[in-house]
Design a protein around this ligand. Structure first.
Ligand SMILES: [Zn+2]
Length: 131
């Protein structure tokens, strides 16, 4: 049985291969979070047809680890931002339930209803905003 190739430091080596493509979509790169163009070829990790790699990663494989670390840092920052935004209760204004209290004056409600072309400002009977 062949032993998988290893790098200078003994780490595993994963080979990126190029194939013809006839699905002209953009695909997300499994390495950096970037994407391919709509193109007639795709790079992928050898032996894994679902692991598509963008041109930038395939053409500069020595930069892949740095790009992955940049992506991971961006995702950590985005996660922190999402956690902070998740601490409030979101309600779309045209679905406000008036039982929550006098959020707008009657005049403000009428004005808002005109803005929504007659849509009701009350939540539909079968929808209840979550608490
Ligand atoms: Zn990439």
């Amino acid at each position: 049985m062949n032993k998988p190739p290893t790098g200078k430091d003994g780490s595993d080596v994963v080979i990126i291969t190029k194939h013809e493509n006839n699905c002209f979509f953009r695909f997300e790169c499994v390495l950096c979070g970037g994407s391919t163009d709509k193109q007639d070829y795709l790079y992928e990790l050898q032996g894994d047809h679902d692991a598509i790699v963008c041109d930038e990663c395939a053409e500069q494989p020595e930069r892949v680890s740095a790009r992955m670390r940049e992506c991971a840092q961006h995702l950590r920052e985005r996660a922190t931002e999402l956690e902070a935004r998740a601490t409030v209760h979101y309600v779309t204004d045209h679905r406000l339930r008036w039982s929550h209290g006098p959020i707008m004056s009657d005049e403000e409600k009428r004005e808002r209803e005109r803005e929504f072309d007659g849509d009701t400002l009350e939540a539909p009977a079968n929808e209840t905003p979550s608490e």
